[in-house]
Design a protein around this ligand. Structure first.
Ligand code: MG
Ligand code: ZN
Length: 410
């Protein structure tokens, strides 16, 4: 029940309002509509058209023609790399008093049932009071864009409390700006922390994490620690979700943590204190600005590390160059474990790595799948206590194997 949607009205909201539009040739996208819908597509919202088309019942055009009109609309959106995930329309005459003609909620209800939508996290963008009323009655947030026809329906409708939008936008782009900003404010973040005997370090990491806004849950994936790691974590963060790692290795732990995560956003964090929890907002923000994955880099401007001997720096450089060749991109650090992504993308990544190579696998696959990945500067500190678990040559070989495997499977 985590999937969110943005319902969009058709006439006057994304296309010019032609009364009883009866031909694909009359479809004209409004300025900014294609790009705005693409931004919603990129952010993982389902974009669903909800439109009253009583012209069918009135005999002005057939459902077949309506299908052609919608195909033309999809084609036009395609030029902007945008798409509609579904279209629900009411073909009835107002006099039929059906349950689907807006302001009734029938069409929205159908979409909610079909996709298992989280309605309170969903939005409706429309240009008429009937859109706003349908939205408010169904429990999603309503955004009103300016009405484009000269005669108005404001006077024909009973103005009631449910006629009030959450936001009045100048146009569809401004509406989408608001939707994304609102969604960012409500986003729930799951932080996944793999641990193995980090009883001291975890006591430094968790209190710092407390200061970060928007953390909905922390998932500690424990690789059978024999010290007080779990005990300390529970003391500092009583509601922490502790999972016993099924197998071995960091990748195995990560995958178990991802599986258990419920938030919109997943952030990975180390238990050793080397990754600053304070950086989390820098990773989450871009996820509401067109990116599906945000990865840290120690080697771009503003990044750094105090935890890397020269030979590892060299290995890292070579692996990053190779992985860039494989996925056709220009990242500066592809062997780093600090990242955030929309939980929805996990399904398409099909991760299977067990070790440290999971980070490289994620970046290569995400980029290959055409996901938008942003690199942000990150500072890696020295681990606070104890020895790291990365074995340079052993893990280096695994990373290398992963890069080679991905280059073959591409
Ligand atoms: Mg309209
Ligand atoms: Zn209907």
């Amino acid at each position: 029940m985590n999937q969110k949607a943005v319902f969009i009205d058709r006439d006057g909201t994304i296309v010019e309002d032609v009364p009883y539009c009866n031909s694909p040739r009359k479809i004209r996208l409004l300025e900014g509509a294609g790009k705005a819908i693409r931004r919603l597509n990129d952010q993982g919202f389902l974009v669903i058209l909800i439109t009253n088309q009583s012209g069918v019942a009135r005999g002005y055009f057939s459902e077949e023609t309506l299908g052609e009109i919608h195909n033309k609309l999809k084609e036009d959106l395609g030029y902007f790399g945008a798409h509609l995930d579904d279209i629900f329309y009411c073909p009835h005459h107002p006099a039929q008093s059906c349950t689907c003609r807006k302001p009734a909620t029938g069409l929205i209800d159908q979409a909610v049932a079909k996709y298992g939508l989280d309605i309170s996290g969903s939005y409706f963008i429309g240009d008429r009071l009937i859109d706003i009323q349908a939205a408010n009655r169904s429990g999603c947030q309503a955004v009103l864009v300016p009405y484009t026809l000269p005669e108005t329906d404001y006077f024909k409708l009973e103005i009631s409390v449910d006629s009030r939008p959450s936001f009045l936008a100048g146009d569809i782009s401004a509406a989408v700006d608001w939707v994304l900003a609102d969604a960012l404010g409500k986003a729930s973040v799951s932080v996944v922390i793999p641990t193995l005997n980090e009883e001291k370090n975890i006591c430094s990491v968790l209190p710092r994490l407390r200061c970060v806004p928007g953390i909905a849950e922390v998932i500690l994936v424990d690789g059978r620690s024999t010290d007080k790691t779990v005990e300390n974590a529970l003391r500092l963060w009583p509601e922490i979700k502790v999972i016993n790692q099924p197998g071995r290795g960091k990748g195995d732990a990560m995958r178990a943590g991802f599986e258990a995560a419920c938030g919109d956003i997943v952030v990975t964090l180390d238990a050793d204190g080397s990754l600053a929890p304070e950086e989390i907002p820098c990773y989450v923000g871009p996820l509401f600005d067109g990116y599906q994955m945000v990865k840290g880099s120690r080697f771009c401007r503003g990044g750094g590390t105090s935890d890397m001997p020269l030979f590892r720096r060299f290995g890292n450089f070579v692996f990053t160059k190779m992985a860039n060749l494989v996925c056709g991109c220009r990242y500066t650090d592809l062997v780093y474990g600090y990242h955030a992504f929309r939980r929805q993308i996990l399904g398409s990544l099909c991760l299977k790595s067990d070790g440290f190579e999971i980070d490289t696998e994620m970046y290569i696959r995400a980029t290959r799948k055409g996901l938008k990945v942003k690199e942000v500067p990150s500072y890696e500190a020295k681990r606070l206590e104890g020895a790291g678990k990365l074995r340079s040559f052993h893990d280096g070989a695994r990373i290398l194997r992963t890069i080679l495997r991905e280059s073959v499977n591409g």
